[in-house]
Ligand binder design. Structure first.
Ligand code: N01
Length: 563
């Protein structure tokens, strides 16, 4: 049994539940399962889409697939689930990942507590009740003791506002909001803006269909081959027979996916040895070159340049026209892997096709979107379809779309005006009982997302269980621990080359966004240890309170309800 009542407030009645979760992707689904099925709480999930999946619901563009092997890119919390789900490819494509998440939602009977087509517009902390009052665009008003933001790090699209934005009379598509029924580009003149991980997946497939594809590239990117293949039945059997060990090995690794060829320094090897080692990692595919080749390439410029030059040589090998190859090669000075390394399948070879043109919009920027296409500083492009693969307002974009107000009516956006301030990427001062899953300053996007999400959901539900068992009403991060955490995240990041790149890890892709490195780079294992130590030390760095006197009856009842 759990709390599920109506309460009367100054502004009328609203439903009361124990916890509200925003978002029904990997994070929201597992959070609901933990809170409802393991703690026995009344939890409600709000999701703006009409189905589960989060990022995997929206990103249906051609070629969308994970680039961490499917066996790793999945939940580990249920052995039964691990055994009964079989992936069809080494790296699952978006439709299969979405089917998986639907399967999970059905298997754990989650759908009945998710309100679809419902966007949370505001969440305001009410000092009197010490609860969160949440409003939605469907007019729902719900009060909850706990608010969990499971909104995803890459959910809010970055749509550049070029002059003439909206005036194109052809079809405009956004990769992060792709039509459910797909798009038929047959016979069309297509333009795509962007050459990040998304565009690199989409471009080869769009090129196969379109009459002509123009790729508008501002910054060339270093990509490595994905090397996808149908699932090998023997590997699947082996993994399933040893899933515990597979997951343990993932947690032992830096990014939540094990690589077994990592050597300490690129500079310790001769050029021939290095090239052989890079070639092996390149052929392994995925992130093997990026995080599985040499330990110093993301720390030391000289070491980094050896990897960068290896990739440039591969691009020159693959692309027949030397001028196009040069344009696709990131220049010396643009370090390899300091922006997230995309994984590609036939991307570079696509530029050998007669129906594909590469437009350099660094040299000749886009000046205007026109009714018939777009105009750059050097040419006019007539198009039937224009695709924006221009990335995301990462980490904070989705949070700031809601009016989140903590103590004293302070908005999250105001408190974070100089950049996100979190403790462990899980909580922020002034916003009691509000948790973030894979929030800024946690390992998030530089760790295997499903595993990182599980660790956060478990930490949060254990914390809530602790609070309810002990009759506590609020938990709030302390500013001095927040300061220490922010400094710690920065110190680790600054020891690497990553903050030197203009990447979305720093918000550098969004005009006006504070430039703050938003990922904890100490590795998932170390991060998990820190989170566990915080708990072992009695939630060190948090203030936990028993709440107002008038709430004491409720605290007791909460405690009784969950015990
Ligand atoms: O976005 P991006 P993405 N004018 O920001 C260009 C994850 N992901 O969606 O580099 C012209 O990387 C921009 O140019 P520039 C993954 O973590 C995972 O591709 O800023 N161009 C760039 O080329 C990834 O890192 C998978 O100069 C403009 C592109 O648009 C993250 O999502 C698959 C522009 C944006 O690249 C984001 O990737 C795909 C402007 N005004 C993505 N604004 C998996 O496999 C932007 N651009 C799991």
């Amino acid at each position: 049994m759990s709390l599920n009542t109506q309460v009367n407030t100054d502004t009328g009645s609203l439903n009361q539940v124990d916890a509200i979760v925003v978002g029904a992707g990997f994070a929201g689904l597992y959070m609901l399962h933990r809170l409802r099925d393991q703690l026995g709480l009344k939890a409600e999930v709000f999701e703006s889409a009409d189905g589960v999946g989060g990022t995997w619901y929206w990103n249906r563009y051609p070629g969308a697939r994970c680039d961490i092997p499917s066996h790793h890119y999945s939940y580990s919390f249920s052995e039964e689930l691990q055994q009964e789900w079989t992936w069809s490819e080494k790296y699952a494509a978006q439709p299969e990942i979405l089917s998986y998440l639907n399967y999970v939602a059905n298997k754990f009977d989650l759908l009945r507590d998710i309100q679809f087509k419902t966007r949370v517009t505001a969440a305001v902390y009410d000092e009197a009740s010490q609860c969160w009052d949440v409003e939605t665009d469907t007019g729902r008003r719900v009060r909850a003791k706990y608010l969990v933001l499971a909104v995803g790090t890459l959910s809010s699209a970055n749509i550049p506002q070029f002059k003439g934005h909206g005036s194109f009379k052809g079809k405009t598509y956004f990769t992060g909001h792709w039509p459910k029924d797909g798009v038929d580009f047959t016979g069309k003149r297509v333009g795509i803006i962007g050459t990040g991980a998304t565009a690199m997946q989409a471009i080869p497939l769009i090129a196969e269909e379109a009459a002509h594809l123009t790729v508008f590239q501002r910054t060339p990117n270093y990509a490595a081959p994905l090397v996808n293949e149908p699932m090998n039945a023997d590997i699947d059997r082996q993994v399933k027979a040893n899933y515990r060990e597979v997951r343990d090995a993932a947690w032992e690794s830096f990014a939540g996916v094990p690589f077994d060829k990592l050597k300490p320094s690129a500079l310790d090897d001769s050029q021939a040895q290095r090239e052989a080692h890079y070639a092996t990692c390149w052929n392994d595919g995925g992130f093997s070159l990026w995080i599985g080749s040499y330990g110093d390439i993301l720390f030391n410029r000289e070491a980094n340049e050896t990897a960068a030059e290896f990739v440039r040589a591969k691009i020159r090998e693959k692309v027949r026209d030397p001028a196009v190859a040069e344009l696709l090669c990131p220049p010396v000075g643009q370090a390899y892997g300091t922006k997230r390394q995309p994984c590609e399948t036939g991307y570079y070879e696509t530029f050998n096709r007669d129906n594909v043109t590469l437009a350099d919009i660094k040299r000749a920027p886009i000046e205007e979107i026109t009714a018939t296409g777009l105009r750059t500083a050097s040419a006019e492009y007539e198009l039937d379809c224009l695709v924006y693969a221009t990335g995301f307002d990462a980490f904070t974009g989705s949070m700031f779309k809601m009016d989140i107000r903590g103590r004293n009516g302070q908005s999250l956006q105001d408190r974070w005006s100089a950049g996100p301030r979190t403790y462990l990427g899980l909580a922020t001062h002034g916003f009691p009982n509000m948790f973030m899953i894979t929030g800024p300053q946690s390992p998030s996007v530089l760790f295997n997302m499903p595993l990182g999400i599980e660790q956060h959901c478990e930490w949060i539900s254990d914390c809530i269980e602790h609070m309810n068992r002990n009759g506590l009403q609020t938990i709030e991060a302390n500013t001095e621990y927040e300061d220490q955490w922010i400094a710690h995240v920065k110190e680790i990041a600054d020891s690497t080359l990553l903050p030197k790149a203009d990447s979305w890890y720093l918000g550098a892709n969004i005009p006006g966004k504070p430039r703050v490195f938003l990922v904890y780079l100490g590795g998932g294992k170390q991060y998990k240890q820190i989170c566990n130590e915080v708990v072992a030390k009695g939630y060190q760095g948090f203030t936990l309170t028993a709440g107002h006197a008038h709430n004491s009856a409720r605290q007791k009842s909460d405690a009784a309800l969950v015990d």
